[in-house]
Design a protein around this ligand. Structure first.
Ligand code: ADP
Length: 310
């Protein structure tokens, strides 16, 4: 699912951000990536997302060999993963429903299928009641849950989370972590999470990858092996604050990253039927319930507020 083979990344200024990193992450794993500021964590994620390419070595994600991938295939490739950012990256002038739906609209999905999937994703993150809220009306934790719903809505089986609790208060951070943990446990979704929240890392028995000066120095589920590195990095990690550019600040940017390569912002999202989505879900209004069935039920429950088809 994620395979790095002897990956070295040297930026144009000569800085070696990753140094001969090899690792593989299997389907269903939950992996924390930790390390002091400057250790190479963001570079690691950028290579997974194909925002950067290695200087040497190779990266294979979800069966895509990224070194040789054509630029026009990148948006299709990125749809095979859900990405959750520290700063949420919701589109500010779109209500919650549309923020999540947009991830499907850019794929050309049918509006009827979009509605089912969006309601399902929002119920999974416990936000069915906020479906028509605007992002700025939500707390940080709620905005991050919308972003997680957006990451889930394409049924991606790999979620990349870049410091997902970095901008929210500690109590909410625990909730977000629990939600990601639940998604991993209940659905087998592979999760790769970069974090500075070492207290959260210590509470779970997940695999921990420690980067230091671009080198992979620990890769273990064994707390005895991991905790000394977490303690050693505590202060350096707190000092670091990764602030990625907001590439979803507008609709055009979202399409550039995830849409059909030919798509224009004004494109008719509703007419296209390019992507068929499996009809295997039902939707309930009960927040937090795990809803996944194959009984062929296709309409949302009466209690769930949904947008009408255009
Ligand atoms: P982390 O996410 O662990 O803080 P990064 O992957 O952002 O680490 O950075 C690793 C090292 O590479 C740092 O020393 C950083 O300054 C450098 N670096 C990151 N991005 C670039 C870039 N685009 N150009 C030059 N150097 C960079």
């Amino acid at each position: 699912m994620v395979e790095f083979r002897n990956v070295t990344k040297v930026y144009s200024n000569g800085h070696k951000a990753l140094d001969n990193v090899s690792l593989s992450i299997d389907k269903g794993e939950f992996v924390f990536v930790v390390g002091a500021s400057g250790a190479g964590k963001s570079t690691f994620l950028k290579l997974i997302m194909r925002e950067e390419v290695p200087t040497s070595g190779s990266v294979n994600i979800n069966g895509y060999e990224l070194n040789t991938m054509k630029r026009r295939d990148i948006p299709y490739f990125r749809r095979t993963m859900g990405i959750v950012f520290q700063d949420f990256r919701l589109i500010p002038n779109m209500e919650v429903y549309d923020n999540v739906a947009f991830a499907l609209r850019v794929t050309g999905a049918k509006e009827r299928d979009i509605r089912k999937r969006v309601c399902y994703a929002l119920s999974m993150v416990g936000l069915s009641s906020k479906i028509h809220s605007m992002p700025q009306e939500l707390s940080g934790g709620e905005q991050q849950r919308v972003a997680i719903a957006r990451a889930l809505v394409n049924k991606a089986d790999l979620i990349i989370a870049d410091e997902p609790t970095g901008n929210i208060d500690p109590a909410m951070s625990v909730e977000i972590m629990e939600l990601l943990n639940h998604i991993n446990a209940a659905h087998g979704t592979t999760i790769v999470m970069v974090t500075h929240a070492h207290d959260l890392v210590k509470q779970y028995d997940h695999r921990v990858v420690v980067l230091r000066d671009g080198k992979l120095v620990v890769d273990s589920k064994d707390k005895d092996a991991v905790i000394p590195f977490l303690n050693e990095n505590e202060h350096a990690a707190e000092a670091g604050y990764y602030e990625p550019p907001n590439e979803f600040e507008d609709v055009e940017a979202f399409i550039r990253n995830y849409g059909k390569s030919s798509m224009r912002p004004e494109a008719d999202f509703y007419a296209s039927t390019q992507v068929e989505i499996e009809e295997d879900i039902t939707v309930s209004a009960d927040d937090g319930a795990v809803i996944d069935s194959t009984n062929g039920e296709s309409s949302p429950s009466e209690n769930t507020e949904v947008k009408e088809d255009e």
